[in-house]
Design a protein around this ligand. Sequence first.
Ligand SMILES: O=C(CO)[C@@H](O)[C@H](O)[C@H](O)[C@H](O)COP(=O)(O)O
Ligand SMILES: [Zn+2]
Length: 199
Amino acid sequence: MIENIKANFTESIQTKIAASEMLPPAIDKAAMMMVEALIRGNKILSCGNGGSAGDAQHFSSEMLNRFERDRPSLPAIAITTDTSTLTSITNDYSYDEVFSKQVRALGQPGDVLLAISTSGNSRNVINAMEAALSRDMTIVALTGKDGGEMAGFLGEHDVEIRVPSNRTARIQEVHLLVIHCLCECIDDSLFPAHDPDGY
Ligand SMILES: O=C(CO)[C@@H](O)[C@H](O)[C@H](O)[C@H](O)COP(=O)(O)O
Ligand SMILES: [Zn+2]
């Protein structure tokens, strides 16, 4: 067990090192898309399944409350949280529609969809991306593996941040780091720190 645990740490560290060499330009582009949307008065919707639903909520809570320093609340909604909405859409239509119906209701032109899937193949996330495009939103996709079907849905105004790993857990661990990078970039752009420690 101890050896397996150590191997998980090693694999996670190696995945992060590989990601640190490949992902910063895409993360920077995604952060700028979000900053421009927020400056325009738009908002960010986020979605994903399982651990990625947690990531979607982690991101929105850091927007709505704060990341590392005090600043005004920023508009973001995780569409993974309202069990009445989730169960009724799934019951009456299909789990595949659980995010897309919410995007069509809440999405406005210029909003950003943060779409999170380690495989890139979750049908409800892909349908949410289709709905976002129909609402003239832009998309930041956090993926892994080969990017799955999600990779094929992205246009020149969108960005994919694909973690170089085939293991769901390792991909999720880097997704959380990416989310924290996005939060820091957004805060530094919109609310530059006044003291050198950033607090
Ligand atoms: O957290 C984990 C595995 O670490 C699981 O809950 C995982 O998120 C679920 O199996 C998801 O349904 C996987 O979906 P996706 O990442 O392929 O879109
Ligand atoms: Zn997990």
